[in-house]
Design a protein around this ligand. Sequence first.
Ligand SMILES: Nc1ncnc2c1ncn2[C@@H]1O[C@H](COP(=O)(O)OP(=O)(O)OP(=O)(O)O)[C@@H](O)[C@H]1O
Length: 806
Amino acid sequence: MSRTLNGRSKIARLKKQKSLRTKHTAEENVHRLEEAVTALDTKTAELKLFKDLPLSEPTRFGLKAGHFSTLTDIQAKAIPLGLKGSDILGAAKTGSGKTLAFLVPVLENLYRSQCIGADAGLGAMIISPTRELAIQIFDVLFKIGRKGHMFAAGLIIGGKSVQEEQQALARMNIVVCTPGRILQHLSQTASFSIDALQMLVLDEADRIMDMGFQRDVDAIIEYLPKSRQTLLFSATQTKKVSDLARLSLKDPEYVSVHETATSATPSTLQQNYIVTPLSEKLNTLWSFLCSSKKSKILVFLSSGKQVRFVYECFRRMQPGIPLLHLHGRQKQTARLDITTRFSQAQYCCLFATDVVARGLDFPAVDWVIQADCPEDADTYIHRVGRTARFERDGKAVLFLEPSEEEGMLERLEHKKIPIERINVRAKKQQDIKNQLQNMAFKDPQLKYLGQKAFISYVKSIYLQKDKEVFHMDDLPLEDFAESLGLPGAPRIRFGKGDNAKELKNAPRTAVLSSDEEGERPNDEDDNYNERKGSQRNNQTVRTKYDRMFERQNQDVLAPHYARVLEDTHGEDRTRKDEGNIGEDDDLFSVKRIIPAEGTVPGDSDKDGQGPKKVMIPGMKEPLVLDSKRREKLLRSKKKLSKLKEKGTKLVFDDNGKARPVYELEDETKFAAKGLPEEQRKLFLDEEKKRIELADLDDKAAAKEKRRVKKEKKRAREQADMDDGDGADGVELLNPDENAFANFLADAEAMDEPDEREQSAEPPPKRRKWFEDEPGESGKASQKRAPDYVQPETLEDLEALAAGVLE
Ligand SMILES: Nc1ncnc2c1ncn2[C@@H]1O[C@H](COP(=O)(O)OP(=O)(O)OP(=O)(O)O)[C@@H](O)[C@H]1O
């Protein structure tokens, strides 16, 4: 007993000694680093490699594991300043490595101040304008910090329960977040203390500081300690004095690798534009996709409605390249899934809004197509920046409406963007208008999407701030509506929310996405316009009734035609109809012929009495089984049904007499009514009226549906509020009770990474997002913690948010 006690106390003593030793070593390391950083001369130092910088061992290790050895220009300039604690305004081209330029100083400065563990509190806050970008930043942080560093880092971007995030926040040292969600916690979470905050980073700072996030950012700043280091980064960063004042930056260093450059975009990027009228845009886009099937393409459109409509139409038309679509109104899980799928795809086309315009590092994008003109040159720069990243090649094409050409080119020139005009090869241009019209006619939902897409596009133009580029009055709206397959241009009502002040302050996308009500067509006005449109369109569109006539003729011909074909080209027809069934040496053969009612007995080949005949109900003649192909017919109900007599559809007249649905009129009576052309016109006019009425019904039904949906939504929200769970306002993820249990990093464990790894459950192996790391071999790689993984599911996200950097 006493020996056991002795043993225990010995272990405890050894542990304590080890812990003291570790603490001592850490202090020594920190001291050495402090001296090295102080000695670093940011003006004269020639820095080329990460190893030239005074960095801690864990950071060095993480960078090496991520295969980062050479510094990019922005990194060479910004990291030393960041290490020395300066406030920074960083500007560098897209894909030039700005993420590491702020993450390395974050890790190092917190390491040197030993802001580690739950007691240390939150040391750094990194704000991103979108969830996708926040996840990506977190991924890079995880990648370079996972070995050795003991910070607790987390993602706060919504999409999970507030309560769960609250618990996690209390233990975090580094948080990567979106403005809205972090503000919610700052104002609601009592346990969330930010007194220890040393660093604030705004990625895509110009976007975060603009009107759309203005209120949130100003409110966040109010909560933060005044003495802190602030880093602002963007490809389109400016020295806007008002922003600097709002963020209370102290003598900020402006680190720009733009000013000396001849262009604001990467030199490996080939940039072109085409001038295409609005009504030709979808034709051009479709033709482009059909001729670029072996590419990875990102297509930008101005609103989520546009994205949905184009995606739904093109999906049905099957261009021969996988299609994806992404916009801000999709659920977080879907968005994550889509970005992952696009990242991993070799050939794919993603239709997206500006939600992916900034910061996202999709690997190997060949083309960026801006099918809708960007709102300004900055947005242009960010969009095209999704290709030609980090010294890779890429191509970008901007579609300009003739009225936008002059103004937009001026804006691009002003920003030093080299762009050249190209033309669409007329031979390759396809016209899909008729197909779209047919699809919209058959599918009311598609038509509805088309109307919404039309309205949201027109609204986006109306809301554009730069009236020298966007001229709403010059747009050929009727033709545009027709090109979307609509029977006319829906009339748009600009609601009360569209007053000048709101328009000025709200970002275009925000207004569009939140303006669900305003985007709905005004029924009365719609009808007027659609009537006008349908009058014009009916000359080209095949109506439902046209098709009905065609169908009737087919019916008349069908039985006779079938018999003629059977007698003459029987073999050919059967082969064609049967697809993969047909040859004698087929995989399948008839197992059992179900003797149909009235089977003609005998007469089989075996008897030497000729082929077998089977009586099929519904067929006048017995089916002669003179070949295996014929026998196989018996297995397919669908094919048999073609041989059967068609029933005749009858209607009852006022006297209760059954008549065929369509009857041929007596020729003399027909002639007496007037010239066939006049009658045709008359008929079309009548049918037009019927279509308009049907349209009215469609709209009323859609309106009612919307109303019911809205009511349901309201009821749900009410119920949520009654439950006292209304604060979140987003979809709740499956909370994992223990997700944050490991948040606290035991400082002692720094010396024992292997023990920690063994005790942790090995996470499942998943594919990587950003780049293919060459497989490592040897013992070291076998022992290593599992590689950085891209979150693919909600659980992955959970795991990442719980990320202890070890
Ligand atoms: N020093 C480096 N060595 C090698 N690759 C690097 C280095 N720094 C960054 N990269 C790679 O370059 C790519 C672009 O980096 P990053 O996303 O940080 O660019 P960015 O400047 O933030 O772009 P954007 O302006 O679009 O946000 C990433 O794939 C990243 O892994």
